[in-house]
Design a protein around this ligand. Sequence first.
Ligand code: FES
Length: 321
Amino acid sequence: MSNEEHEPSRTKVPMPVATLSDPHLGDAAKHPSRAEAIIALILVVAIVLMAGFGAAYTQNWDPWIIGGTLGAGMFLLGFGLTAWGKYLMPQGPFVEERHLLASTPEERDSMAAALVERSTVVVKRRKLLGGLFAVGSGIFGIVALFPLLRSLGPLPGTSLDVTDWRKGTLLVDSNGRTVDKGTLVVGGIMTVYPHGLQNNTVGQSVDQTVLIRVQDSDLVTAEGRETWAPAGYVAYSKVCTHLGCPVGLYEQQLELLVCPCHQSMFNVRNGAVPQFGPAPRPLPQLPLYFDSNGTLRAQAGYDQAVGPGFYERTTTKENGT
Ligand code: FES
């Protein structure tokens, strides 16, 4: 018994040959030439804006020009592409006669050939728009590389690991006044800087340090820090270990330093270990001593990088011990 005897009879539906005059492949727009001209104009403007963005970025023009040219260029590029699809692509309606779901090999071959033929016809018809879109996309791809080339800058090296605090550095306030035992009462707080680097453009933002007088006798905040907080004066980096905000609020009753950005709280008695909030590490502590004149100085710089974590960070000690 041959296979043909088992096959149900089927209606052969011939696939129509694709031609430019096929109404199914017609443009949606009533005036395709006009639509093509308008879309071409939009793509040309997009190209100009993209080129303008490249120039604005390299020349460091105003941010609103950089953002405006990039935004408008991308918008018009997308708008032109969308309009092309909406008004100049075949809109159908496409009707397929019902027949048995399984296709014969001939029908499959016929379908594959028709698809190839149609796509060739449709794409060939809009060479101008295809070219303009390719140029616009190409320019966008090139200018997208500009930030990579211009903004990476030199490597930071070890600059993120160090501050200006050194052995013997005097602690001063923003007016350059030094600190002695009577400067703060218990519960008092102030911001201090390395002497000579306060209130000018030479000092770094990572130098800012909060000085708190927690008690009137020596304070030990962690093992190995027995001499770091003489007469109850304890100093911590003011740069939050979460995202770098200045940790400038002090809750005196609870003895907590509070970061105003995301409410991380650091306990000043136990080495500023975070007690609440997203900060992942304690604030680094600056070791202090009173010199022979009774003036407060740093025993050394911070023993670890201050501020948020960064990829090359090598000091990861949780308690600085
Ligand atoms: S920056 Fe301090 S908690 Fe987020």
